[in-house]
Design a protein around this ligand. Structure first.
Ligand code: AMP
Ligand code: ZN
Length: 474
């Protein structure tokens, strides 16, 4: 069975043909978090879609080498560090840790590599790429000392976003720092240092400065996965300008096709609007846990809708996820009980059909059609529950279904584990305590610790922030 994906580049469903079919090795690059604040669950929708992609490719026998970058230097991180009055590294570290913590809560498989843009290895690669682009006439240093990509010299610019360059010509809203560019659409590869950057700077042939966001990804992707990669993902907001720029830079340097398949997920919405930091309509993973939901419930809620369909986040949706998981749990419990029995009763042919359990995987082959795959799962649950109601499912068949579940759960990963469910009132107190600590109000922080303790929970302060442990852990 071959897989099919919707390729943003062609705007068509295409058969997936990896570059290296004999070894079944696939390179996947996924744009990771910009660590200037805690990622919100909209970001995690993108990471869960990428997790589903990786797990399904692996189920189909591919060896996936996945890279997820961490953007730890850009305008937002520099501004955040300046406002907090702490060094950039210290400022970003807390959000890196929070990202890994949340990803673990949501059972997102770790990428093989998490390169950071500030790593000197990659800064060197960025500088080398910019140098190559200048020598090919694809980039230039402007009077403001920054280096820009010359989009008019790259004929394919706009192909990914299906964008007409002429639209960029006169917006009448040229920012003062853009007067130095030859074309309004030219984007920065290297940003010359200015006072606002403080001590954030690296030496380069063009003077001190820092890389632009787009070249960071081109450099880290090609450094770790080679000049050509199979699949590149992100949310739809990454298509333009970020991924368009990545193509221009990478292909501008190597002369080779950069990416085989571009996959982008639709947004997580709140009241019909994109969930975004800038709109203030976002929830973080701890916000959702504080309402009494578990990581696996949130994982399921973000996973269950096809990645190209916008998903509206609601608490009702969270409750539906909870109910669906409860049905799965109950079904597994019943199957396990039957599987333990002696082979007493005879099964009906229907309940024991040589299970066309491949339907689940086949649905995922079809551009990760998770809704259809879950539809098949729940149909199977209905069917086997009915057989169990009538005592017509024999232990062998029950074991068969459990084996099948084990296989598909390598993709879903939603079985219950010992999860810590923090009651909302405890989480609320812990939040208040975090705020008190931030304000250095130690007296209040101690009072809150007492209150948390009276509810049977212990709060421990680690270098990665506060952690709760308590009787509630199960
Ligand atoms: P950022 O940290 O802003 O660079 O975003 C990290 C990833 O999250 C990117 O792939 C974005 O496209 C994606 N993203 C941001 N907001 C949303 C959202 N509301 N829904 C889905 N994905 C998002
Ligand atoms: Zn990127």
């Amino acid at each position: 069975m071959t897989m099919r994906f919707f390729n943003t580049y062609s705007r068509q469903i295409e058969q997936f043909e990896p570059r290296n079919p004999a070894e079944r090795a696939i390179g996947v690059y996924t744009c990771g978090p910009t660590v200037y604040s805690r990622a919100h669950i909209g970001n995690f929708r993108a990471y869960i879609f990428e997790d589903l992609l990786q797990r399904h490719l692996e189920l189909r026998g591919y060896k996936v080498h996945r890279v997820m970058n961490i953007t730890d230097v850009d305008d937002k991180t520099i501004r955040g560090a300046r406002e907090a009055g702490i060094p950039l590294v210290k400022f970003t570290e807390q959000f890196k840790q929070a990202f890994f913590e949340d990803a673990e809560t949501l059972r997102i498989k770790r990428a093989d590599e998490f390169p950071c843009a500030t790593d000197q290895r990659y800064i060197d690669k960025m500088i080398a790429m910019i140098g190559a682009l200048i020598s090919k006439g694809l980039a230039y240093q402007a009077d403001d000392k920054s280096v820009y990509f010359r989009i008019n010299k790259f004929p394919n610019y706009g192909k990914l976003a299906h964008f007409d360059l002429t639209q960029l010509q006169s917006t009448g809203r040229v920012k003062h720092d853009e007067y130095d560019k030859e074309h309004i659409g030219d984007f920065a590869l290297w940003k010359a240092w200015d006072e606002e950057d403080g001590d954030v700077k690296w030496d380069s042939p063009w003077g001190p400065g820092r890389p632009g966001w787009h070249i960071e990804c081109s450099a880290m992707a090609t450094a770790l996965l080679g000049d050509q990669i199979d699949i590149h993902c992100g949310g739809v907001d990454n298509i333009f300008p970020h991924h368009e720029a990545e193509i221009a830079q990478s292909e501008g340097v190597t002369g080779k096709k950069f990416v085989g398949y571009w996959l982008h997920c639709a947004h997580l919405l709140v009241d019909g609007q994109k969930m975004a930091k800038s709109l203030g309509n976002f929830y973080t993973v701890p916000d959702v846990l504080a309402k009494g939901y578990t990581g696996r419930e949130l994982r399921y809620a973000l996973l269950r809708v096809h990645y190209r369909v916008p998903l509206n986040f609601t608490w009702e949706g969270m409750n539906e996820a909870r109910e669906s998981l409860a049905r799965i749990d109950e079904w597994l419990g019943r199957l396990r009980a039957v599987a333990k029995k002696e082979n007493a009763q005879r099964s009906t042919p229907n309940a024991q059909r040589p299970i066309e359990k491949s339907d689940f995987e086949n649905a995922l082959d079809d551009d990760l059609n998770i809704s259809a795959a879950l539809g098949f799962l729940f149909e199977s649950i209905r069917e086997t529950n009915r057989a169990m109601d009538e005592n017509k499912l024999d232990p062998g068949a029950a074991k068969g279904w459990l084996d099948w579940w084990q296989r598909i759960n390598t993709v879903l990963d939603v079985e219950p584990q010992a999860e810590v469910v923090v009651p909302p009132e405890v989480a609320q107190l812990a939040n208040e305590r975090e705020n008190a600590r931030r304000e250095r109000n130690w007296k209040r922080s101690d009072e809150l610790r007492e209150q948390i303790s009276a509810l049977g929970w212990e709060v421990r302060d680690t270098k990665d922030g506060s952690r709760l442990t308590g009787r509630g852990a199960s």
